[in-house]
Structures are given as C-alpha cells and as structure tokens.
Ligand binder design. Structure first.
Ligand SMILES: Cc1cc2nc3c(=O)[nH]c(=O)nc-3n(C[C@H](O)[C@H](O)[C@H](O)COP(=O)(O)O)c2cc1C
Length: 355
C-alpha cells in the first residue's frame, strides 16, 4: 500500500487516507447570510464521494464583518450550524472525515465575488466597515480598517470560541483555525500589519498572543477526541515580514496549547510579496516545521500528481497533503491516484462499474 493511501489517526479520528480537500471559498451563499447553499452541498458531497480522506468546508466567518464577501459561509448562529448538519452527515456516510475552517477576514473583508472583479465594496455598495490590528489598509484599493480596541479583541476570541461550539453541535469532526493569508489573525501575527503598542503588538510574544488565546480557549470547548488544525502563512515573502523561523516558534507554542496539525501555507498579507510558484512550492515549510517541532504538518500548493503527493508523504516532508484547484478540476483525483499508486481504488458501490 502507498504511503498516501495509508490511514492516519489524529486524536479520536481515523482518516482513511492522506489526501485532504483544501478549504476553498465558493462565494455561493444565497438568500440568507452565511448559510450553506445547494451549491456547497453538491460541491462538498462530490469531493467526499471522490475519495478524499478529509473534506474541509471553506473559510467560514465567526462574525458577519469577518466575511471576505457577503456570499461567504458563516458560523455565528445556530441556524447556520443546523444547516450544515445534512452535508456533514453525507460526508461521513461517504467515508470521509468532515472539517470546517473558522475564519475572520479582518482588513481583507467586504469584497465582491472574484468573478465580479473582487474589488473592495463599501457600506453603500452592500459592504461594511472593516477591522484590523492597526489602521493600515492591505493596499490602496481596500478600505482603511478600524484598529480594534482591547475589549473588541477579547470579543474576537469569544467569537471563535462560539463558532467552535457551533461547529461541534453541527457534528463536524475536525476544526481548522484560519491564521493565514493576511486575514485578521495573520494580520496580528505579522510585524508589517500589526503596529500596535499594547499587549497585542510589538514583540513576537505580543503578536502571537491573540492566536494562542484563541487556540487555548477553543481547545477547552471542543471534545478531547477532536483534532484541531491551524493554517498559517509560513512566510510573508517580504523583507522583515513574518518568516519560517517565526512559524517554527509559533508551531511549538501552538502544539503546547493543543494543536494537532499545522497546515502550511504562505503569503497573502502583503500586496508587495514576492512569491515564486512551482510544483510543491510550500512543501519546504511543512517539512521544516515537522522536523523542528515534531508536530503533524500538511503540505499544500501546486500538488497535482499522484507520484508527487506520494513522495511528500514517503519522504516524511509532511503527514498529509491538501489539494485545492486540482480537486476543483477533478473531484475523483484520489480514485485515479490510488489506482496509479496501488493498482486498485476505493470507490462508492454505485460507481463500481466505472473502475
Ligand atoms: C477558489 C479558491 C478558494 C479558496 N478559499 C480558501 C479558503 O477558504 N481558505 C484557505 O485557507 N485557503 C483558500 N484557498 C487556498 C487553497 O486552500 C490552497 O491553499 C491554494 O489554492 C493552493 O493550493 P492548490 O495549488 O492545490 O490550489 C482558496 C483557493 C481557491 C482556488
């Protein structure tokens, strides 16, 4: 059996293989705010049938102003968690483990759908006032965020906690906290976007205070058996920005607070980032964190070939791979990859004649 298709046990969850669906916003909520639509149900269900071991629901906002667009999923009330239940059950019935990414878009919130240009929308255009650690916009097309007051920072922690509780109520099996890509928590972690002079800014210790508090409090309200993942941007790709050494140090602290897996992405916090894209361009981060911190890691970014994914796991560079766009193109990629690597594949009974 290949390494890629060997199961992995994380706390109380046994995941049948190491191909995970990377969280991907669909900007497809319809009538009501933050509630998943038929599009999401079919999209997520198809990827579960496709054979991925874990299916992660997109970045779901912990409060309305934490959405990237007005059409993002949210998880701040029980109507939203109730609506998630049938999709989560379907994912389980299809043999995959369900997961959700909890997020706050911070200064990158209040935008249009990408296929409508993706521009910043102000409150007159259906958007809202945005917040961040400091009043520094992401770029000159975005609005200027309001710098959060200390009591508002505590409220953000509470919102992540409430959202995690709602996720547990919905039947979800794994929670991922989104601390990457220049969204609110990443903005606090980075010295380029966080210029605060209080306990939440300045030194590394102060800048990671908010994410560590969120991890600590979320861990306390979710079952001991439930895996907790964190996605970080391991490098900001700018001079004097957050870098891999910071990520390694952060991963140590996150592990101490009960995080099980670091999902290793990069970039997204600076419009002047210089990022080189090539197959497996972020695997180096998963490998460095795994070997330095002794924590499970996930590799993501331009992983598209079965042999490439197999090598990453076999060479101990990461414990799992997360695929994004390749699984948009082909939700049945795991079935194809397993046939290539193992000569056979797990497939739904209904599809057996297609093997
Ligand atoms: C349509 C789309 C939506 C995305 N939404 C999210 C998201 O909700 N959360 C997140 O952490 N990353 C998001 N990403 C980034 C992906 O999860 C992934 O990290 C990135 O696409 C690189 O992997 P890939 O080369 O396999 O696509 C998104 C990417 C795409 C293409």
């Amino acid at each position: 059996m290949s390494y890629l298709f060997s199961p992995i046990v994380i706390r109380g969850e046994t995941i049948k293989n190491r191909v995970f669906v990377s969280p991907m916003c669909q900007y497809s909520c319809e009538e009501e705010e933050g509630i998943i639509s038929d599009w999401h149900k079919v999209h997520l269900g198809t990827r579960a049938i496709g054979g991925s071991g874990l299916v992660m629901i997109e970045a779901s906002a912990v409060e309305p102003r934490g959405r990237i667009t007005p059409w993002d999923t949210g998880l701040w009330d029980s109507v939203q968690s109730d609506n998630l239940r049938s999709t989560i059950e379907f994912i389980s019935k299809s043999g995959a483990v369900s997961s959700i990414q909890l997020a706050h878009a911070g200064r990158k919130a209040s935008h249009d759908k990408p296929w409508k240009g993706g521009g910043y929308i102000n409150s007159e255009q259906g958007g809202w006032d945005i917040v961040g650690p400091s009043a520094i916009p992401y770029d000159d097309t975005c609005g200027i965020p309001k710098s959060l007051q200390l009591d508002e920072i505590n409220q953000i922690v509470d919102k992540f906690v409430k959202s995690a509780e709602l996720a547990v109520q919905s039947g979800i099996k794994v929670i991922e906290l989104h601390f990457a890509h220049g969204y609110l928590i990443n903005e606090f972690m980075s010295p380029t976007s966080n210029k605060r002079e209080d306990d939440f800014g300045g030194s590394f210790t102060n800048r990671v205070r908010l994410p560590l508090e969120i991890i600590n409090k979320v861990r306390k309200v979710i079952p001991d058996s439930m895996p907790l993942f964190v996605r970080i941007s391991c490098s900001e790709h700018v001079q004097n920005g957050w870098d891999l050494d910071d990520s390694i140090e952060f991963a140590y602290l996150a592990k101490e607070e009960g995080v099980d897996l670091i999902d290793c992405s990069s970039g997204g916090n600076s419009h002047s980032q210089e990022m080189k894209l090539f197959p497996g361009y972020q695997v180096q981060y998963a490998e460095a964190i795994k070997s330095n911190v002794d924590i499970l890691t996930g590799a993501v970014g331009l992983i598209t070939q079965p042999e490439q994914a197999e090598e990453i796991i076999a060479n101990n560079q990461a414990d799992v791979v997360l695929l994004g766009r390749e699984l948009l193109r082909n939700p049945y990629w795991p079935i194809h990859a397993q046939k290539v690597l193992d000569g056979q594949a797990d497939i739904a009974d209904q599809y057996l004649r297609a093997l």
